[in-house]
Design a protein around this ligand. Structure first.
Ligand code: PNW
Length: 480
């Protein structure tokens, strides 16, 4: 394994999942605060008012990370902590900037490189109220650009790794098609009061791509020459394998799955060919898919200096031959998903999360697919798992064998991909500590640290996977 890869091993987090302090020191509400305070929207009726209290205990987090042997830390900024009302003419909250400035200083003092995500799903509520945020591209872009500018200006002297958006696809589909995530819009009137699953996801996806392009253009022109950082986007994507490899329709379905999930964003940004959404999406979605203007094409192509990859699992997929037209609510390429393939082979061992199984066999294939299609350096910015039955604190629980095996196998595949010649520059586990898993509340624990949410200080207990990863990476570095 190259020393480059080993030099960036760490964990990722997101502000709304760990910080707490949801209305402290001038922070404005985000759409996730609103959703969490709406009865019936979060599985365990919890909210993220306190979460892990990382706003108060960030020094403990940094000390933990140091003991875990990491070299970097990926976290996100809360837009409404920095600009409580979010807009281009709204006041800046100095206390919010100060918090992130202190966190960054603490990291650097401990030899940990910050990787900073601007947007990890917590849209300022005020922008949702004013103009429906990303549904209104022309109003949204100046507001996002001003937020990005403030971050570059105030933190860019010390932050050299920027990620504009985390998983635009998941944000879009869970918030505007599934409707279970904020801002909670879909065509399903039993669940959501407003929304249109057939059109809004494609608009919101487009707004993210284009605003990302503008932000990167601004960074390159005004900040990069002096600050000398790098900037890109992080996309979500799981491997899709044909259910029946001998069936051409299933092979095409698996390719379509990858294109709807990944190439939706990656093709316009990295190519190949002209700047557009994948052909299979144009074919299925027609005019519901926005067109890129000439300026947008210029801004979006080449706008990411690396491929930020969040990946968790693999699926078997089959063509959805139901006959008749594809329903306008379909946003995945008209497919069906299976836990076993035609020969009865399982995609992997179950976790505590329905969609997530340990399926490292697809990880290496995914790395190769991305590398061959786009040829940019890959940063694995999230990868990890929950464990069945992890709930109350016990000795047995802290010995999280399932998570250790997950990491052993995925990092093993990563090492093979590096040997294959794929340029992989980081591996970030999801996540540093158990946290607020969005609409699942505190029921899904992804951390290498157990958090006792019943204690006021959200006491932290390292799980064995933290030490395993530290030693595993040390060993890999020594070998390289
Ligand atoms: C990511 N899927 O979301 C997010 O970036 C994190 O904030 C989140 O906590 C983590 O993964 C675990 O869920 C995803 O269905 C949600 O494939 C769903 C999927 C992938 C990523």
């Amino acid at each position: 394994m190259s020393s480059q890869l080993s030099s960036q091993f760490t964990y990722a987090t997101a502000a709304p999942q760990i910080e707490g302090a949801w209305n402290t020191d001038g922070k404005g509400p985000s759409i996730w605060d609103t959703l969490a305070h709406t009865p019936g929207k979060i599985l365990d009726n919890s909210n993220a008012d306190d979460a892990c209290r990382s706003y108060d205990f960030y020094r403990q987090d940094v000390a933990l990370m140091k003991s875990y042997g990491v070299t970097a830390y990926r976290f996100s900024l809360s837009w409404s902590r920095i600009i409580p009302l979010g807009g281009k003419d709204d006041p800046i909250n100095e206390a919010g900037i100060q918090f992130y400035s202190n966190l960054i200083d603490e990291l650097l003092a401990n030899g940990i490189t910050p990787f900073v995500t601007l947007f990890h799903w917590d849209m300022p509520q005020a922008l949702e109220d004013r103009y429906k945020s990303m549904l209104n591209q022309s109003k949204y872009i100046p507001d996002f650009l001003r937020y990005a500018r403030v971050c570059f200006e105030r933190l860019g002297d010390r932050v050299k790794h920027w990620i504009t958006y985390n998983e635009p696809g998941v944000y879009t589909l869970a918030g505007y098609a599934g409707g279970a995530h904020a801002p909670g819009r879909s065509s399903n009137r039993e669940q959501n009061e407003e929304g249109d699953t057939s059109t809004e996801p494609w608009i919101v996806g487009h707004t993210q791509l284009v605003s990302h392009g503008y932000a990167v253009d601004m960074y390159r022109k005004e900040f990069q020459p002096s600050q000398k950082g790098t900037i890109g986007i992080t996309l979500s994507g799981n491997w899709s394998e044909p259910w029946d490899k001998s069936d051409a329709a299933d092979r095409a379905a698996a390719q379509r799955a990858l294109e709807f999930e990944i190439a939706w964003f990656a093709d316009p940004v990295y190519g190949p060919g002209k700047v557009d959404y994948p052909g299979c999406m144009r074919k299925q979605l027609g005019e519901r898919l926005p067109q890129f203007t000439e300026e947008e094409k210029r801004l979006v192509r080449g706008s990411s200096e690396f491929y930020g990859m969040n990946t968790y699992t693999s699926f078997f997929v089959k063509d959805n031959i139901v006959g008749g037209p594809i329903p306008p609510e379909d946003h995945k390429g008209n497919l069906r998903w299976f836990n076993e393939n035609k020969d009865g082979v399982s995609r992997g061992e179950e976790s505590d999360t329905e969609w997530l199984r340990t399926a490292p066999w697809g990880f290496r294939k995914l790395l190769r697919w991305i590398w061959e299609r786009y040829h940019v350096p890959i940063y694995v910015t999230e990868n990890g798992t929950t464990v069945k039955g992890e709930d109350k604190l016990t000795e047995k629980l802290l010995n999280d064998r399932h998570r250790i095996e997950f990491y052993r196998k995925y990092v093993g595949e990563l090492a093979k991909a590096v040997k294959d010649g794929i340029d992989i520059r980081s591996y970030f586990g999801w996540t540093l500590a158990d946290n607020w898993e969005w609409a699942k509340g505190y029921t899904d624990r992804f951390g290498v640290t157990f958090i006792d949410f019943d204690t006021p200080e959200k006491k932290r207990y390292p799980k064995r996977s933290a030490a395993f990863n530290r030693d595993f990476f040390k060993h890999l570095i020594a070998k390289s």
